[in-house]
Write a new protein. Structure first.
Length: 190
């Protein structure tokens, strides 16, 4: 039952993008097309899950064991950067089209505060390794869901008549705000 609560909370109630406002750069930048947003969601899923596993192990068996928890942020950023480089190399070989579509936003996963935020939240919430993995997968799912919905709305907006002053980024930000308000309804805040 605890895993179900973690999943529902991470995807809907405390959505990493729409409730905690982490990972906004790739959320707005890569959400022009559904296929690209799902590709980014998959890359974030892979990086976030592996980063959570590796950072939990580092925190538990190295940082806490030697009393050097103050190095947590630096160690976590280095782990995330290495994992993103691995994802970038794999995508370049396996799916060159997706690699080109993600462009500069793929390396930005390194600086995506959502990945670092989930790794740190896993430690702060005192999750064991399995709970941390479920938490990471659910947050990545919430990230992908938010991007998928947002990309679908943006694709639909391309077909609509939008005033010239609101085209592009302005309407995207308005839609993102409305989407965030809709997800805030899951928290019970009215």
């Amino acid at each position: 039952m605890e895993y179900i609560i973690i999943i529902i909370s991470a995807i809907f109630v405390n959505n990493i993008v729409l409730a905690q406002f982490l990972g906004i750069c790739p959320f707005v930048g890569v959400s022009n097309k559904i296929s690209t947003s799902l590709g980014m969601g998959g890359a974030v899923l892979f990086v976030m899950t592996l980063a959570t596993i590796v950072t939990w192990l580092i925190q538990t068996y190295i940082l806490s064991a030697f009393g050097i928890q103050f190095l947590q942020t630096i160690a976590f950023i280095l782990v995330i950067a290495a994992l993103v480089q691995m994802v970038e190399i794999i995508l370049k070989k396996v799916s060159p089209g997706l690699y080109q579509a993600l462009g500069v936003f793929l390396p930005l996963i390194t600086t995506n505060c959502a990945v670092l935020g989930v790794a740190i939240l896993t430690i702060q919430k005192d999750y064991n390794l399995m709970e941390g993995v479920v938490f990471a997968i659910a947050n990545a799912g919430g990230f992908a869901l938010a991007m998928w919905i947002f990309a679908g709305i943006r694709e639909h907006l391309e077909l609509m008549e939008v005033p010239p002053i609101m085209r592009g980024v302005p309407i995207a930000l308005v839609v993102a705000g409305i989407l965030a308000l809709a997800f805030m309804g899951f928290t019970g805040i009215v």
